[in-house]
Design a protein around this ligand. Structure first.
Ligand SMILES: Nc1ncnc2c1ncn2[C@@H]1O[C@H](COP(=O)(O)OP(=O)(O)OP(=O)(O)O)[C@@H](O)[C@H]1O
Ligand SMILES: [Mg+2]
Length: 548
């Protein structure tokens, strides 16, 4: 076949394929344009089958009629000063979003800058001609209406996920825009259900409002500048960490939501050093760098970027997090963590004298929380709650092999209400849940737990259901679901464990020491903190200033 230049309409549709993947992509591009226009309020409404009708209205700068005539043209942008992408500080810069959307939908734009008597509007349908700007009714700012999305690209429609999942994606992009821009009030409404509203607020408040969960209850605000790099945001305390695949970790670079594995790894580093955990905090981190330190033009949907000096950014991030954690009062002597770790690899003891065992002979309990034991080398102090938690978790793991045979059935079921995102997540992970012995029915607005593995029979069914919804909706990648479930079981283990303050008989305490010794990896609790500390005879001697 001879080479032919594609007709503009076909070329536009191909380009749109890169930018407009699903209804949420349209919402993302329109919201970004509104943010770039300096809006302080953005209202989004989504209607119709397949979310094919989308209206985004803002109170930003608006466009005079001469700009409106260009807005739908490909490669027409007001955001590139002298064509220098390296100086861009706006979210948009390619002049591609509106024409791409108009290639796969009908788009009409009504806009009125401050001081202009009337609004003007333009319209383009499915890559056809753009109408000339003409006066029409409209307030200050811009309102863009998209209808019949993907009507002319049935293949794209087929690749959309369930209505619920697509709706969850829309919520996802609006939520990220809201986290990045706390000064902007947002509303998002769908045909059914209550609208989501975020009032203009401070950054910590907005993050807690939008991302909620552990960031709301255990969040720590950090703020740090290192040379040209500014870091601010919220991370969770070391007690509120998760397997990396289940942690909500959001990065924003100069207001742009991006994904970046290296940054996630750097975020984890201070937790590893200070607390000895491989788990990840939940976090929402804003990174501000001069635009010339960035290449923003490396991804079709602009969801990845490149830093000119990666080290400067990761180092500022790690310092921000570790000094935030230190300032919050966290202290964890590395030497104790190291010694506790060496316990796991201790060689087989001669056990004729309990003092020769790794955790020694039980001597007493202090403050209802610490078990004190004596070994040949010195003293051992054990966090009874954390260590017991670990023992239970390991037992749960061992018992999980035969879970499907042993389930507790709930005749009436435990019920809770759920939103669309949660429902979609539960449906998606249903298979994993059932292989673990859980039975969850999902209906329009509710989830019902009708069975759960009997190893968890000490737990309240309603809290098990909460944990299922939580672990499913944390956006866990399919292959990692089992790991997320273990996290959940660890939480259940917490609830059933011996609490701080429980007084133990010497027999029970001694039994616990032996259980801990027999448990793999018991030297760290389920949250990654050490459970055991050692004070050897030399350390004790130093305390009393004895030498030799
Ligand atoms: N809500 C809005 N308010 C004011 N001007 C707008 C709005 N939406 C679009 N524009 C104008 O239309 C132009 C084209 O928008 P479009 O989204 O297609 O491209 P862009 O934002 O410049 O770049 P990108 O393709 O990277 O998003 C913008 O440069 C801007 O001048
Ligand atoms: Mg844009």
């Amino acid at each position: 076949m001879p080479i032919r230049i594609l007709p503009p309409q076909v070329a536009a549709m191909i380009a749109a394929g890169e930018v407009v993947e699903r209804p949420a992509s349209v919402v993302k591009e329109l919201v970004e344009n509104a943010v770039d226009a300096g809006a302080t309020r953005i209202d989004i409404s989504v209607r119709g089958a397949n979310h094919s009708g989308i209206v985004v209205s803002d109170n930003g700068a608006g466009m005079p009629p001469e700009d409106l005539d260009h807005a739908l043209m490909r490669h027409a942008t007001s955001k590139l000063d002298h064509g220098r992408i390296s100086l861009v500080t706006t979210l948009g810069f390619r002049g591609e979003a509106l024409p791409s959307i108009a290639a796969v939908a009908e788009v009409s734009i009504v806009s009125r800058p401050l001081g202009q008597d009337v609004a003007f509007c333009v319209r383009q349908a499915h890559g056809g001609p753009v109408s000339a700007a003409r006066p029409c009714a409209g307030g200050f700012g811009t309102s863009i209406t998209v209808s019949g999305l993907f009507d002319n690209t049935p293949a794209r429609l087929k690749f959309l996920k369930s209505a619920r999942t697509e709706r969850a994606w829309i919520r996802y992009v609006v939520d990220r825009a809201a986290v990045a821009n706390p000064q902007i009030a947002f509303s998002l409404s769908f045909q059914t259900g209550d609208p989501v509203r975020y009032r203009a607020s401070s950054h910590p408040e907005r993050i807690a409002d939008v991302l909620g969960g552990l960031l709301k209850t255990d969040g720590l605000w950090i703020d740090h500048r290192e040379g040209p790099v500014g870091i601010s945001g919220m991370v969770t305390m070391p007690s509120a960490v998760d397997v990396p695949s289940s942690a909500t970790v959001e990065f924003f670079v100069n207001g742009r939501h991006i994904s970046d594995r290296q940054l996630s790894a750097a975020l984890q580093q201070p937790y590893r050093e200070l607390v000895g955990t491989d788990k990840s905090p939940h976090a929402a981190i804003m990174i501000e760098v001069p635009p010339e330190m960035l290449d923003i033009n490396v991804h079709p949907r602009k969801s990845e970027i490149r830093f000119a000096d990666y080290r400067a950014v990761t180092s500022a991030l790690m310092t921000a997090v570790s000094s935030g954690l230190r300032d919050s009062g966290l202290r964890s002597p590395g030497s104790i963590a190291d010694m506790a770790r060496s316990l796991a690899t201790a060689s087989a003891p001669d056990i004729s004298d309990a003092r020769r065992r790794p955790l020694g002979r039980f001597v007493g309990q202090s403050n209802g929380s610490w078990l004190i034991a004596e070994t040949m080398d010195g003293l051992v102090i054990i966090d009874q709650h954390a260590a017991h938690e670990r023992v239970i978790l390991e037992r749960l793991k061992a018992a999980s092999l035969d879970i499907p045979d042993t389930v507790v059935r709930l005749p009436t079921g435990a019920v809770r209400s759920i939103d669309d995102f949660e429902a979609a997540a539960l449906e998606e992970h249903g298979d994993v849940f059932s292989t673990m012995g859980f039975a969850v029915a999902v209906s329009a607005r509710a989830a019902t737990l009708t069975a759960y593995p009997s190893i968890l029979s000490g737990c309240a069914p309603s809290s098990l259901l909460d944990m299922l919804v939580d672990s499913a909706s944390r956006g866990t990648a399919a292959g990692m679901m089992r790991e997320a479930m273990w996290e959940m079981l660890a939480t259940a283990a917490c609830k059933a464990a011996i609490k701080a303050g429980d007084v133990l008989t010497p027999e029970r305490a001694d039994a616990l020491l032996r259980e801990i010794e027999a448990t793999p990896a018991a030297s760290h609790c389920n949250h990654g903190r050490p459970t055991v500390a050692f004070l050897n005879n030399a350390d004790l001697g130093k305390l009393f200033e004895r030498t030799g």
